[in-house]
Design a protein around this ligand. Structure first.
Ligand SMILES: Nc1ncnc2c1ncn2[C@@H]1O[C@H](COP(=O)(O)OP(=O)(O)OP(=O)(O)O)[C@@H](O)[C@H]1O
Ligand SMILES: [Mg+2]
Length: 462
């Protein structure tokens, strides 16, 4: 690094205060999507592989926990570009004052998502960035200390459940899917089952749904982690010149919780953890055949995501009703609610530290800036089960007294049946009770005092 650039970076480091913005109430209450950036270490593909032919030149700096800067060594006049985000994670080298581990992410992001879920708020975190920038590492991670957010959040969820007061009940459903070449695949479907063609639908009450997608009811952390392992093995991953374990699909892990504490409204929530496939340039990944086709589908859905974000960001400024092209890709259609509806959403932008990736990193940082403008409308999903129960009871009692009244009249004397109507459903409507109607479906259900004759052709009364 040239000495002038180095001194610029050093002076910047001392200037800015460290603030953990995500934890601050002020930002926490803001409806905007929170944006975090994470920079990874140099990887094998850079040091000895085809990714950058052994060229490793650090072009990223983090003067504070909310600032990231990118240096252009090719153009000394191009002042380094600085960006401000909700949180910046330095995972490039352990000796840095802001070094962030997988545990740091769990403490700051995972725990907050869990708190939201337990309080009945929907959540979404999605990892975005160029291929090989560290998205899957952040979301799924590796073994033991390298475990990513997903397994840690699942562990945390069951820790929260274990601390619930006596009498509280909870239910959890999990789903895991990938979008591969613009097709939704159920990652929890049995390996030998027929591949189902899954489609996204908008339901007037339930919102975005994917009929046929497995939603497994789970009771323990171990059960969920086994499902995650199973689904991860089913996911499309291949080696490219840019990343030996490159995700060839976007994957979405979802858990839904329903929590009822004594004398409290039930709280329901849905949380998505999304590991996107990375944007890539065919020339650099050296992709051909299937890899090339996958890359094209990935780039196409990411460009739809970019257009959706740009439209939402524009409307946040102009206050005009947006018209984002959600339906143009499965990814954006599924994430519609998370991007502008009822959800507390975080984007984790993963970036490479290497100067050979300057263009891609700059484009990720610019995209992340526009995501910061986008606002969602999170509301607490609290359902008052006791009032629902009270309503159902009242309805049941009303029906019971109606039935009793009918039975009493029937017992008093023969009803005067004037008409019998047949419907498509093979229902018989008996008109006989002074305006009230009574439906029966078979002879077995005839009220006392009424008998059906002639192969259900007409009803007669005694
Ligand atoms: N913070 C980190 N610490 C250590 N290693 C990391 C870190 N982030 C990423 N890596 C390593 O970098 C490589 C690329 O990371 P990863 O597979 O997560 O990239 P990706 O963004 O998911 O790429 P793609 O879009 O191709 O799927 C992996 O070998 C991973 O282990
Ligand atoms: Mg990946």
């Amino acid at each position: 690094m040239p000495p002038s650039a180095l001194s610029k970076l050093q002076s910047a480091v001392t200037q800015v205060k460290q603030v953990n913005v995500l934890k601050s109430t002020q930002v926490e209450d803001s409806p905007a999507i929170k944006v975090c950036v994470r920079v990874r270490p140099f990887i094998k593909e850079e040091v000895e592989g085809q990714r950058s032919g052994g060229e490793c030149k650090l072009c990223i700096d983090m003067p504070s926990e909310t600032q990231v800067r990118i240096l252009n060594f090719d153009d000394p006049d191009d002042d380094s570009r600085a960006f401000e985000f909700d949180r910046c994670y330095w995972s490039h080298s352990k000796d840095h004052p802001f070094f962030a581990t997988q545990e740091t992410l769990q403490t700051e992001l995972g725990e907050i998502m869990l708190e939201h879920a337990m309080n009945g708020f929907n959540n979404c975190i999605f990892a975005y960035g160029q291929t090989g920038s560290g998205k899957s590492y952040s979301v799924l991670g590796g073994k033991d200390e390298e475990r990513g957010l997903l397994p840690r959040v699942v562990e945390g969820l069951f820790d929260h459940f274990a601390k619930l007061p006596q009498g509280a009940t909870y239910k959890t459903l999990v789903a895991f899917m990938e979008i591969y070449n613009e097709q939704i695949r159920d990652l929890l479907a049995p390996a030998d089952s027929e591949i189902k063609k899954l489609e996204v639908k908008q339901h007037p009450v339930l919102g975005t749904i994917i009929p046929g997608l497995t939603e497994a009811a789970v009771a323990s952390c171990e059960e969920v982690l086994n499902l995650v392992d199973y689904g991860t093995q089913m996911r499309h991953v291949s080696a490219t010149a840019m990343n030996a374990t490159s995700s060839r699909s976007h994957c979405i892990f979802t858990f839904k919780t329903s929590l009822t504490e004594p004398d409290q409204p039930s709280k329901v929530s849905q949380t998505h953890l999304v590991d996107l496939a990375g944007s890539e340039r065919a020339g650099r990944t050296k992709a051909t055949g299937d890899r090339l086709k996958e890359g094209a589908a990935i780039n196409q859905s990411l460009s739809t995501l970019a257009r959706v974000i740009s439209e939402l960001a524009k409307s946040a400024k102009t206050k005009k009703k947006p018209n984002p092209p959600f339906r143009e890709s499965k990814l954006t259609y599924i994430l519609k609610e998370s991007l502008c509806g009822n959800s507390k959403t975080v984007m984790m932008a993963a970036i490479s530290p290497n100067f050979t990736d300057y263009d891609e990193t700059l484009s990720t940082l610019k995209f992340s800036q526009s995501v910061k403008q986008v606002q969602t409308k999170a509301v607490q999903n609290a359902v008052n089960m006791s009032s629902v129960e009270a309503q159902l009871r009242a309805e049941l009692n009303a029906l019971k007294s109606q039935l009793q009244a009918i039975q009493a009249r029937l017992m008093r004397g023969a009803p005067k049946l004037r008409d019998v109507q047949w419907t498509d459903l093979d229902l018989v409507r008996l008109w006989s009770f002074g305006g009230e109607s009574f439906w029966i479906q078979s002879q077995r259900w005839l009220p006392p005092g009424v008998q059906m004759v002639g192969a259900y052709q007409r009803a007669v009364a005694f």
